[in-house]
Design a protein around this ligand. Structure first.
Ligand SMILES: Nc1ncnc2c1ncn2[C@@H]1O[C@H](COP(=O)(O)OP(=O)(O)O)[C@@H](O)[C@H]1O
Ligand SMILES: [Mg+2]
Length: 163
């Protein structure tokens, strides 16, 4: 379902979530924050791997759970992948250089984005992944800002989701 600023779909299996991410990355022409929320194992990292693919990142993308911030080159742009799972306060956020991370990223993908609530830039797409039965995930994307709505509108969703 697409409503301009909102897209809701279900994915069945890792490859469909990855394909959704790929479509998002491919549609993303400018700066964008992708703020991901969802339980452990919901598929946040899988989605970011897809975004990287869509942006043209050729490096292997790994979870930044222990490094907090991973950066990748994507055809002259920078994909910054952050995991805020262990971040519990404003001080923790600053200890990883959050302000600079936000300033310097072209595409900023943030896992556990709720740990930086209020400190997330626009244009932004909030992504909520909910566990379903087995390999099913309900994915809701919500765009903030005209540029982010444009990204949602440009996404080509062939093969990305079963509903
Ligand atoms: N529909 C789905 N979308 C994404 N991952 C899925 C799906 N179904 C099963 N999985 C599995 O769930 C796990 C998601 O892992 P990961 O992306 O690391 O989660 P998170 O980063 O949210 O903790 C992977 O092992 C993946 O194979
Ligand atoms: Mg993860």
């Amino acid at each position: 379902m697409t409503e301009g600023d909102r897209l809701v779909l279900a994915t069945c299996g890792e490859s469909e979530t990855r394909e959704l991410g790929r479509a998002l990355g491919a549609a993303c022409g400018g700066r964008l924050c992708v703020a991901l929320r969802g339980a452990l194992g919901a598929g946040k990292t899988v989605l970011v791997k897809g975004i990287a693919e869509g942006l043209g990142v050729t490096d292997h993308v790994t979870s930044p759970t222990f490094t907090f911030v991973n950066e990748y080159g994507a055809g002259g742009r920078r994909l910054t992948h952050v995991d805020l799972y262990r971040i519990e306060s404003e001080d923790d956020l600053e200890s990883i250089g959050w302000s600079d991370v936000v300033l310097e990223a072209d595409v900023l993908a943030v896992e556990w984005a709720e740990h930086a609530d209020g400190d997330l830039p626009v244009p932004r797409i909030d992504v909520e992944l909910a566990l379903g039965r087995g390999d099913e995930r309900r994915v809701e994307l919500r765009a903030h800002g005209d540029e982010a709505c444009g990204v949602l509108a440009r996404m080509s969703l062939r093969g990305a989701g079963c509903a």
